[in-house]
Design a protein around this ligand. Structure first.
Ligand code: TXA
Ligand code: MG
Length: 307
């Protein structure tokens, strides 16, 4: 119920919010108490900054120092949707959200419940994925309930239609030359981004950042399921594994990357149920293309072993 969620947000509390990518745990960007709660409930370190969710572009513009022309073009095409832009922040943005970085990450989610919640609440919401730090992201109402039990009120928005976190883009625009860096791969692919920007007269320069601090949450272990995940690289067989284990289940995903993205986090959870075992995922030669790269990026970070 939207009304209850808004009451909670007004009282410095947090709520589980469905989006098209994954469920988030949302709090007001103007409530330091709510922001602190987000980190505490997720057991997330303060050095890992949050994404701000807006319901319209005007709200986004108030959160940044400059809103470059490239941001207009990209948001016109991809918002609401699974694209997050990282831009220089305005002083309206609390340092808790950005972990002290000079930049802020912003997106407009494409989910009626999220958009309605932000609109009716009246200001943007900071929301990381609604899972404990380093654990598998949630794509259903029940996943969030399982993660936080009754400690968080969750709005039920069904299963997430995309299933993978948003593509994160760092933008640095100077005249018509644009430095772009994909900080996190996602459903919206670099080829689509490049195409629309070039069509609009931009010269694209791949940003020479390569600085891990740029995506502080982008660490080796992430999205980890409850049981260890082993990835068998193309051409490797089970008999090649030198790990001792008694039982295992094989995790399969659709060979359509759009469907696989939607299944990924549910499959990691389902495959982790029951007795002690290792989940095996086999990488195949047809796992090619940008969306598979985004899926494999999550799987590699979720894995305990890659053989
Ligand atoms: O699809 C999504 O983006 C979901 C839904 C809920 O919107 N949210 C999400 O949030 O994935 P989270 O907190 O799980 O991941 C956000 C990532 C983190 O890796 C964080 O380090 C990065 O965004 N991030 C946030 N602010 C940043 C900034 N200013 N510069 C670079 N990376 C930033
Ligand atoms: Mg996350």
């Amino acid at each position: 119920m939207l009304k209850k969620a808004i009451e909670l947000l007004k009282n410095d509390d947090v709520v589980g919010m469905p989006t098209e990518t994954v469920y988030g745990i949302a709090g007001s960007i103007y409530s330091e108490i709510a922001l602190q709660k987000i980190f505490k409930i997720k057991e997330r370190p303060f050095f890992d900054p949050l994404i701000i969710h807006v319901s319209n572009i005007e709200e986004a513009k108030t959160l940044v120092k400059n809103w470059p022309k490239s941001a207009d073009i990209l948001t016109d095409k991809f918002w609401p949707g699974p694209l997050t832009l990282v831009l220089e922040k305005s002083n309206k943005v609390n340092d808790l959200i950005t972990s002290g970085l000079p930049t802020v990450a912003i997106r407009m989610p494409n989910h009626p419940i999220a958009l309605n919640l932000i609109k009716k609440f009246g200001s943007p919401l900071a929301a990381p994925s609604a899972n404990k730090f380093k654990k598998t992201s949630p794509t259903t109402f029940q996943h969030v309930k399982d993660e936080f039990l009754d400690n968080v009120y969750v709005l039920d928005g069904g299963s997430c239609s995309v299933g993978l976190e948003s593509t994160i883009l760092f933008l640095h625009e100077n005249e018509n030359v644009l430095e772009v860096e994909v900080l996190r791969k996602g459903f919206i692919q670099y080829s689509e981004i490049e195409k629309i920007l070039v069509e609009n007269g931009f010269k694209l320069k791949k940003a020479k950042l390569g600085n891990s601090i740029l995506v502080p949450g982008n660490m080796k272990n992430h999205y980890m399921p409850k049981k260890p995940l082993v990835i068998l690289k193309e051409g490797k067989a089970l008999k090649d594994i030198k790990i001792n284990f008694n039982t295992y289940v094989e995790m399969t995903l659709s060979n359509s990357p759009e469907i696989a993205a939607r299944q990924l986090y549910s499959q990691l959870r389902i495959s982790s149920q029951g007795k002690e075992h290792i989940i095996i995922f086999k990488e195949m030669n047809w796992h090619a293309g940008e969306l598979w790269e985004a899926i494999l990026d999550r799987l590699l970070k979720a894995a305990s072993e890659v053989c």
